[in-house]
Design a protein around this ligand. Structure first.
Ligand SMILES: [Zn+2]
Length: 426
């Protein structure tokens, strides 16, 4: 609905109201002419205002006073407003039906938006009609107001349902594509399994706990004191040259063995003491099939009265039987470790090649598995234990190497390579 059209409608309303008014007046004047002596004034050539003024006088006389005049004015206003209301009514109905027709035939959201702007926009359609309401009598204003509200509501509803009609094909496509059967059982999280080293570590922990040992943990970043000095490895000692160490800023080190935990255990718990310390250790090694910069150890120690090499051998034998679940060929040879005295090297015959030699045993047929010995009195003394009253044994076990022996892994790099094709075999 355009603005000029609204204006025309309103103008026509007024014109037809004037005609009705005249018609009403004629009836009144005919009654007057037939029953009374007064003559009608030649009003046809004058403007409408003069006519109304004249009629007011005539009717005032005819009706015999102000009350009669008021009746006439009410009648006249009714004629005027009735005509105006009818025209507005028709215009609103026309706009409504035209808008509904456009909505029904619309083929896109853009077309719907154009209908919305024309019919409901701030400067068009129903809004313009509602501005004309101020010129109406209260009871007519109510009627036209209801009509406007109803038209607005019908147009809004038609727009909304047509929008949903456009959205439906999209919705159907999505429902088809994103369909999920909620009644199917959920797949659940994928279960993994323990790394072979972790498995061996836990087995050994269980074994030693069953023999009265405590499982202790310690920091992987150690002080120089705990990693070397307290283990009877002073600064000038050649043992420090034997271990290429990752030194950190501030003088700390990545522990080169789990032995520092033994010192901490002795300090914290005191004798008598049975403990193991499994965990990660680090050395600045060139990596090859049998060397890694990061590896796992399990060290153990027993401090008590009158501990001998016989005790050491008993526990080592128990340990190896439990690990390999079969007889293994071992050999014991003198070793050199500053924190034990006497010191032994316990080797087992290579389980990969069975003796002839392979990369893991460095072609020797033997694998160095287990350094051990009786705890050096200096180490006991530094931890505040009297070596005259207490003594003990200590051993270190390479968990990484043990896992390789047990599972027949010929390359140490596979264990920390993170390759699932390898790890899923265990
Ligand atoms: Zn071998």
């Amino acid at each position: 609905m355009s603005l000029p059209l609204v204006g025309q409608a309103i103008a026509f309303c007024r014109l037809s109201a004037g005609v009705r008014e005249l018609g009403g007046t004629r009836q009144v004047l005919t009654r007057f002419r037939s029953g009374e002596a007064e003559k009608e004034s030649p009003a046809s050539g004058r403007d409408r205002r003069n006519r109304l003024s004249h009629q007011r006088k005539v009717v005032q006389n005819l009706c015999g006073g102000a009350d009669g005049l008021q009746d006439y004015l009410d009648f006249s206003r009714h004629c005027y407003n009735g005509a105006s209301t009818t025209m507005l009514d028709e215009s609103i109905q026309e706009l409504l039906s035209r808008s509904l027709g456009r909505i029904a035939s619309a083929n896109s959201l853009e077309e719907l938006e154009a209908v919305r702007v024309d019919a409901l926009g701030r400067k068009a359609g129903l809004t313009q009609f509602s501005k004309e309401m101020g010129k109406l009598a209260p009871e007519e204003r109510k009627h036209i107001g209801q009509l406007l509200n109803s038209a607005r509501q019908q147009i809004e509803e038609a727009l909304e349902s047509k929008k949903q009609y456009f959205a439906e094909p999209d919705l159907r496509a999505r429902l088809g594509a994103e369909w999920v059967d909620l009644t199917l059982p959920a797949p659940g999280p994928r279960r993994g399994h323990l790394h072979p080293i972790t498995r061996i570590q836990r087995e050994l922990e269980d074994l030693f706990v069953s023999m009265g040992f405590a499982v202790l943990d310690g920091p992987e970043v150690e002080t120089e004191y705990y990693n070397f000095d307290a283990l009877n490895i002073p600064a000038e000692h050649p043992a420090r040259d034997m271990q290429d160490t990752f030194w950190l800023d501030g003088g700390n080190v990545l522990r080169t063995h789990t032995s520092p935990v033994q010192v901490r255990g002795m300090e914290r718990l005191g004798p008598p003491l049975r403990m193991i310390a499994p965990g990660r250790a680090f050395r600045n090694e060139s990596v090859d099939a049998s060397h890694e910069h990061t590896f796992y150890q399990l060290e153990g120690m027993m401090v008590d009265r009158e501990v001998s090499v016989a005790h050491l051998l008993f526990f080592m034998k128990t340990l190896l039987t439990a690990i390999f679940k079969r007889e293994v060929t071992v050999r014991l040879r003198p070793g050199y470790f500053p924190f034990v005295e006497p010191a032994f090297e316990l080797d087992i015959q290579c389980l990969i090649c069975g003796g002839p030699g392979c990369p893991v045993c460095k072609q020797s047929g033997w694998v160095e598995l287990l350094p051990c010995g009786l705890v050096n009195p200096n180490v006991l003394r530094m931890s505040g234990i009297d070596p005259e009253e207490w003594n003990g044994f200590a051993f270190g076990l390479g968990l990484t190497r043990l896992a390789m022996m047990r599972y027949g892994i010929d390359d140490i790099r596979l264990l920390q390579g993170g390759d699932l094709r390898f790890l899923e075999q265990f």
